[in-house]
Design a protein around this ligand. Structure first.
Ligand SMILES: [Mg+2]
Length: 108
């Protein structure tokens, strides 16, 4: 597997995650199906692990678990052929066009 370095694009990391999963025997194609629902639940488990790291006040563990969240998300986007960089840019432009505080009265 190619060495993964900081500075790689999200789409490149998604390709590397896909290759890594293939090499380790975990690759399954993602579509809008039960397999993807399972993968999304794995994202939730990583978020839960990050929450536990906050409770333990362990910044190194928190960083590692947040990285797991991204890796699992990029696994999904990579195997589904989603250009996540384009999708993020498109959505951030949508967000930028929204009114201040989205006219919400309650800050949650
Ligand atoms: Mg983890």
């Amino acid at each position: 597997m190619d060495h993964i370095s900081p500075g790689n694009s999200l789409n490149e990391i998604a390709r590397q995650v896909k290759r890594w999963r293939e090499e380790k025997g975990f690759y399954t194609p993602s579509q809008l199906d039960k397999d993807t629902l399972g993968k999304l639940m794995l994202v939730v488990t990583e978020v839960s692990e990050a929450a536990e790291a906050v409770r333990e006040q362990d910044r190194a563990l928190f960083t590692e678990e947040i990285a797991d969240v991204f890796i699992r998300l990029l696994d999904i986007t990579g195997t589904m052929g989603i250009d996540i960089e384009k999708a993020i840019a498109r959505k951030m432009n949508v967000n930028a066009a929204r009114p201040f505080r989205h006219k919400k009265k309650l800050d949650l």
